[in-house]
Design a protein around this ligand. Structure first.
Ligand SMILES: Nc1ncnc2c1ncn2[C@@H]1O[C@H](COP(=O)(O)OP(=O)(O)OP(=O)(O)O)[C@@H](O)[C@H]1O
Ligand SMILES: [Mg+2]
Length: 360
């Protein structure tokens, strides 16, 4: 399977490394983790599972897609269009590449922000071979024109082109080979409903459980020739916020510390030590998370307190706080959103070593 990326000079729509918050536990990819063709550095690609059997977790997703792949292969058709949605770093791009591998076809990779002009998407579509996959990342960011080109392409494998301008404008139709569009998005809610309705398979990716993360860490350690022992894999798994991308990143940082300290084998204490050096604690909270919770506890008795007040107190902007810091704290149940503002839960207080709040 070859991976073809389009629009390498076009904007990728991803923040550059400089724009990313400097957090080890950020679920967004840093430059070295972007797909090889986009970054020129194939580092994250080396850890991607290639086949469904190697893709750990997401059992429901795998079951649905395995059946679809088998049926499609038997009928010698193109796979139905697939929409994968869920938080960053959970394996959407990886799954698109796995699907192509299972189907024995090529996957062309692009991202919605690279499809600014109509000819960008038209160029990709007319160059598809029968049954190939076209992967569009961040598909919620497609512009209207590109979306409207996709509608007949997805539904009837047809391209409707307008030739000429004004009164002499005519529409010409062009047949496309049967193909599969795989769309990925972290924000399914931002997708227009006509586009969403054209996907035959719509699947959500879930955060991974500890067991699965442990397996992911063990597999990655094997590929990176890192020797983990004792509960080391579990220690990494506990800190990675349910996200394989973060697990792999933490593992690399642990490897750095181990190699500098001259440890050949890595045990649980070394993981804890290495990651506390990066100020990631045993539940995956980093300094930003703790600053937020501490401000709430010290300044506002644990809340409720408004997001804007907290943002001002931390010198952050409230949108960043809401999008980047809050979600994991909410997921852990350390933070609660109430109509009157944010509240630290008893579990959150306990994690920071604060006594339970006395009943009012
Ligand atoms: N099920 C899995 N098993 C093993 N490793 C995985 C799995 N899912 C993801 N990974 C690892 O996590 C990394 C990130 O996955 P991927 O790039 O597919 O995430 P994504 O959902 O596309 O993220 P984004 O929304 O930022 O594009 C991959 O390089 C891969 O190494
Ligand atoms: Mg991706």
């Amino acid at each position: 399977m070859a991976i073809v990326s389009s629009g390498s000079s076009a904007p990728r729509g991803r923040p550059s490394r400089d724009e990313l918050p400097a957090r080890l536990v950020d679920p967004a990819p840093v430059l070295e983790e972007l797909p090889a063709a986009a970054s020129g550095l194939p580092r994250e690609d080396s850890l991607r599972p290639k086949r469904l059997a190697d893709y750990i977790g997401q059992s429901e997703l795998k079951q649905v897609l395995a059946i679809a792949v088998e049926a499609t292969r038997a009928r010698q058709e193109a796979l139905d269009h697939v929409l994968l949605y869920g938080p960053p770093g959970l394996g959407k791009t990886t799954m698109a590449l796995v699907l192509a591998e299972e189907l024995g076809v090529r996957c062309r990779i692009t991202s919605a922000p690279a499809l600014e002009r109509p000819r960008d998407i038209v160029g990709l579509l007319v160059n598809l071979q029968p049954h190939e996959l076209l992967f569009i990342d961040e598909i919620h960011r497609l512009n209207r024109v590109a979306e409207e080109i996709l509608y007949p392409a997805m539904e009837d494998y047809r391209l409707d082109l307008t030739v000429g301008k004004g009164t002499t404008a005519r529409t010409r139709s062009l047949d496309l080979p049967p193909f599969t569009l795989v769309g990925a998005t972290t924000r399914a809610g931002s997708l227009s409903s006509p586009l969403r309705d054209r996907f035959g398979l719509i699947q959500r990716l879930e955060f991974y459980g500890l067991d699965e993360l442990q397996q992911i860490v063990e597999r990655a350690a094997g590929l990176l020739q890192i020797k983990l022992e004792g509960g080391a894999a579990l220690e990494v798994a506990r800190r990675c916020r349910g996200t394989p991308r973060i697990a792999n990143r933490l593992l690399r940082r642990v490897r750095d510390v181990a190699s500098v300290r001259g440890h050949g084998r890595i045990g649980a204490p070394l993981v804890a030590e290495a990651l506390s050096l990066h100020r990631v604690d045993d539940r995956g909270l980093d300094a930003s998370d703790r600053r937020l919770l501490t401000l709430m506890l010290e300044g506002y008795g644990g809340g409720p307190v408004g997001l804007d007040t907290l943002a001002a107190g931390l010198g952050e902007d409230s949108a960043t706080l809401e999008a980047v810091v809050e979600p994991y704290l909410l997921q852990l149940g350390f933070l609660q959103r109430t109509p009157r503002g944010r509240l630290v839960t008893p579990a959150g207080r306990n994690h920071l070593g604060w006594p339970a709040k006395a009943a009012a």
